[in-house]
Design a protein around this ligand. Sequence first.
Ligand code: MN
Length: 162
Amino acid sequence: MDAENKHAADKVGAATASLRPQQDECRWDGVEVLQYKQEGSAPFRDVTRQVLFDDPDLAAQVRYFEMQPDGYSTLERHQHVHAVMILRGRGRCLVGDRVLDVREHDLVNIPAFAWHQFRANADTPLGFLCVVNAARDKPQLPDESALAELRRDSTVAAFIRT
Ligand code: MN
């Protein structure tokens, strides 16, 4: 690296370097604990959202979602994909037409337009990291015919919350 580039690299590093220590379990210094979604905008229960990384130079966001015991995220689908790592607790998730058991450090890929929903087990919270494109399409909710299609599978029918 020549001297000019090294100088530029040092400046960028200085401008963006930061450390946010974990304060409590899955709570970080300076990271606000937000509502998952606006109340009434879509069905969900007992979910919080934290935006951990949101750098315009990265074109991606890393969020941390946490559901309380029996809490669940919205049943939805969209074009953008999710890369998920379970960070805390245990639960289950619907991805497409499969209901999967998940626990700490499991990885879950949610492909484009796969119906998905996460739910914490009754005796533990469920927290996970979720990486998404910064620019992404809006989630779609299932209509009656999509729900009927999903409910043809009895495991899926018993799992989903709407
Ligand atoms: Mn989603």
